[in-house]
Ligand binder design. Sequence first.
Ligand code: FNR
Length: 368
Amino acid sequence: EELTIIRKFEHIEYCLKRNVQAHVSNGFEDVHFVHMSLPEIDKDEIDLSVEFLGRKFDYPIMIAGMTGGTKGSQLAGKINKTLAKAAQELNIPIGVGSQRAMIRKPETWESYYVRDVAPDVFLVGNLGAPQFAETMPGRYGIEEALKAVETIQADALAIHMNPLQESVQPEGDTQYRGVLKALAELKAEFPYPIIAKETGAGVSMEVAIRLESIEIDAIDVGGLGGTSWSGVEYYRAKDEMGKNLALKFWDWGIKTAISVAEVRYATELPIIATGGMRDGITMAKALAMGATFAGVALPLLRPAVKGDVEGVIKVLERYIEEIRNTMFLVGARNVEELRRVPLVITGFTREWLEQRIDLPAYLRDRRI
Ligand code: FNR
């Protein structure tokens, strides 16, 4: 049990002090807008709001879950509260990190609790998919899922899928048998929306179709090209074998841009495009490709550990201004219109997508 908590700190430390990003891009450099010399709109009439799971948000950015699991208002609590204050101010959704520590040690609940500083924020709880596997001793069910959401008064639950990370760490939970069935059973009874979330290796259209078939409410594609959990595990590995395995799989996965296209093409689920989103032009591309939000984790960690709410807001406002400017230059008054502007896809991303989906059909219709 102590292990889970120590692990959390190591993760944060490595994320701050080492380069834990993928060595490959998230694919959006292959996605191009076509500049419009006559946008026929005024820049200041652009509306960045989006709807998601029955709620309206002011901006199409989500703060992805990162942490929790320390007692009282220690580091994890400070990070979550800082991020939540920024999310409250901007009216954007926010996730907390895995609540596994809280299920084991209920006294850590406060480190996930942000309602006191963010009463109106759309808050997403977080549990891991392997905890629901049929081969997991003490497997989770609806009781743990309800506890995760209700203890922190969350609005939805994210179930993170992280087979990559689990597979390259010595103490990893590599049980994944029966997860889909367990999620189907959970979904049938659970009164809150469930978001299936990858953590840096992307969601394929085959997986997305299965998730849609059990009525999961949304997908966070968590694609390759941003934070690499295999990268984090590389630094944590204690021996040669461990280091080798984590290094080999550092850049494993489906790039974020590709994952967004596959999921949009194959399902009607709302998409959160997370994984290496580091500027507003890239975010606008994800929205144009059919995502409802761009999700961000790592760039917000540094200001958040300092408790610097203004610092978090500043990073997000920069993204917002870049999205707005991009929308002006392609003549899109709102996100709906952004999904109708022409896109050109080149290079590796085009080669991949041509083998996987009907690319011209997808490019013609990128709406839900
Ligand atoms: C994460 N991420 C994550 N995801 C999750 O579902 N549960 C978790 O507990 C965590 N913990 C966590 C800690 C830290 C320090 C980071 C940086 C990230 C993954 C995160 O939500 C996101 O999917 C990826 O980090 C990809 O986004 P970025 O970092 O490339 O913007």
